[in-house]
Design a protein around this ligand. Structure first.
Ligand code: CO
Length: 141
């Protein structure tokens, strides 16, 4: 396949790269000090037990994510593996269609159906097992 034939199919953008951090304010300050970057959006997602700060990079975001309670998936991830890369959010036009396509390709869904995410998005998570070790989030704006 030549480069001109390449297509990203259902993927329209890298929506965000999520980084699990212990101290959200410290991480925000670091990104500001290092890059002059400021927070475009900050939100507590109580259902997920997380607080997110989004740093915009072109049409994508770096999502700094901290736990708001001990049973949060972010708290568990940090306990297990320390701070660092947590998941990749792939932007799609139709979360349900992308979820169906991933399941048909053999993926193990964490969310059986799309659900509300932050920023008013619709999201679904795919288990890293069976997806080459990457926790994937499908994000429909
Ligand atoms: Co995410």
């Amino acid at each position: 396949m030549s480069e001109t034939d390449a297509t990203s199919g259902l993927l329209t953008e890298i929506d965000h790269v999520a980084i699990a951090v212990k101290d959200l304010d410290a991480a925000i300050e670091y990104y500001n000090k290092a890059f002059g970057a400021t927070v475009a959006h900050r939100e507590i997602v109580e259902s997920d037990g997380v607080e997110e700060a989004l740093v915009k990079v072109a049409d994508s975001y770096i999502q700094l994510t901290a736990a708001t309670r001990p049973d949060s998936p972010i708290a568990k991830a940090i306990e297990k593996r320390g701070e660092g890369l947590h998941h990749i959010g792939y932007r799609v036009d139709d979360c349900q269609a992308a979820l169906d396509a991933m399941i048909a390709a053999g993926a193990t869904p964490i969310d059986k159906a799309p659900r509300p995410g932050s920023r008013g998005t619709t999201v679904a998570f795919i288990h890293p097992k069976g997806s080459f070790g990457t926790l994937i989030e499908l994000v429909q704006e």
